[in-house]
Design a protein around this ligand. Structure first.
Ligand SMILES: Nc1ncnc2c1ncn2[C@@H]1O[C@H](COP(=O)(O)OP(=O)(O)OP(=O)(O)O)[C@@H](O)[C@H]1O
Ligand SMILES: [Mg+2]
Length: 320
């Protein structure tokens, strides 16, 4: 058995330029993107609409040709060793491209045939079971709901038992319960050693499920690091103070802490974490002459970091 590579995916200086649809020249969709996905990890690729996520995934899948740079999948360069590279990866595209006249069972059979998997070695029922479609095995794809179609696409990508599963917005348009089920399924596949790379616009789900997070913005990689490190980039936290009565104006003793009024009796303060700022605020509150009813704090989350990194201009006031 060959030794498995340290990085399941290695993207180096990847560039893609598209000819603009209106014929006005070339547009860069990916600009010198480089990162590696550790073997066995659960990796999120995030970015606003049009950032280049699907372009990158479609290059890995062999659906879009790159302009420059290299992509190595499970140790195989996609140019030099395309066949082996494609064997190691299963891609679930963003678009629901299924043949409406095939049943899930037929869809998986055709896919298995495409990969040359002998009938005796096919795991059709097991895979349909994994994605919760066993009872729909013989229903026409056109009669499946959107969420079921997405699950069928995941099943299709698993047919050749790839080491790496790449999912482009697997939970888009899927209801809450099914989303939880999908995350559970994806988590189980990861627990069995499969490397997962996915994109999502549900940042909370990425934060809860993925240990490494990369962020694309206008085709450039603006972050790629472990979740904890990314979250610790924001050194501020919010302290929300609710007073016992409406305030005509913020008490003078609190002015130095730059209060923002959330409503007539609530002030919000942005304080640095861990340098005594919270203690200073608390003692100022004690002596400010207004009775405090309640205090709560809000830690920064992935959405805050994401907005900071992907916003074209940082606004003067950050929304609370
Ligand atoms: N076939 C194409 N021809 C021309 N331009 C394209 C083509 N496909 C994508 N683009 C452009 O490339 C850029 C990146 O698109 P891409 O689909 O990769 O973004 P994305 O990050 O997946 O966005 P979303 O979150 O909306 O799925 C966009 O500006 C898009 O208009
Ligand atoms: Mg996309």
């Amino acid at each position: 058995m060959p030794v498995p590579p340290e990085s399941a995916l290695v993207i180096s200086d990847l560039c893609k330029t598209y000819r603009a649809r209106d014929g006005s020249g070339l547009r860069a969709a990916l600009k010198n993107v480089s990162f590696a996905v550790p073997r066995g990890s659960m990796f999120a690729l995030l970015g606003p609409n049009g950032a280049g996520k699907s372009t990158l995934i479609n290059i890995m899948a062999g659906l879009v040709s790159k302009t420059a740079g290299s992509v190595t999948i499970w140790g195989h360069d996609i140019d030099a060793d395309g066949r082996q590279a494609r064997r190691a990866i299963g891609v679930v595209p963003q678009e629901l491209n299924l043949d409406p006249f095939f049943t899930p069972r037929e869809t998986l059979d055709v896919q298995a045939g495409y990969y040359g998997i002998p009938r005796a070695e096919r795991r059709t029922d097991e895979i349909l079971e994994t994605v919760g479609l066993a009872d729909k095995a013989d229903a026409y794809a056109r009669t499946l709901s959107g969420g079921m179609r997405r699950r069928l696409l995941i099943a299709k990508a698993m047919v050749h038992n790839p080491e790496i599963l790449v999912l482009d917005e697997p939970t888009a348009g899927v209801d809450v319960e099914l989303r939880q089920h999908l995350w559970q399924t994806i988590g189980e596949m990861n627990a069995h050693g499969r490397t997962i790379l996915l994109t999502t616009h549900y940042l909370e789900e990425a934060q809860d499920n993925c240990e490494t997070i990369a962020i694309l913005r206008h085709g450039e990689l603006v972050a790629c690091e472990p979740r904890e490190r990314l979250l610790s980039r924001l050194t501020e936290k919010l302290v929300k103070v609710r007073f016992a009565a409406d305030l005509a104006a913020p008490p003078q003793a609190l002015e130095a802490f730059l209060p923002q009024a959330a409503d007539a009796r609530t002030l919000v303060f942005r304080v640095q974490r861990g340098d005594g700022a919270v203690a200073a605020l608390l003692s100022a509150l004690t002596g400010c002459g207004a009775a405090v009813e309640d205090i709560s704090t809000v830690e920064p989350d992935l959405e805050d970091v994401f907005l900071r990194l992907t916003r074209d201009e940082t606004p003067a006031t950050v929304p609370i």
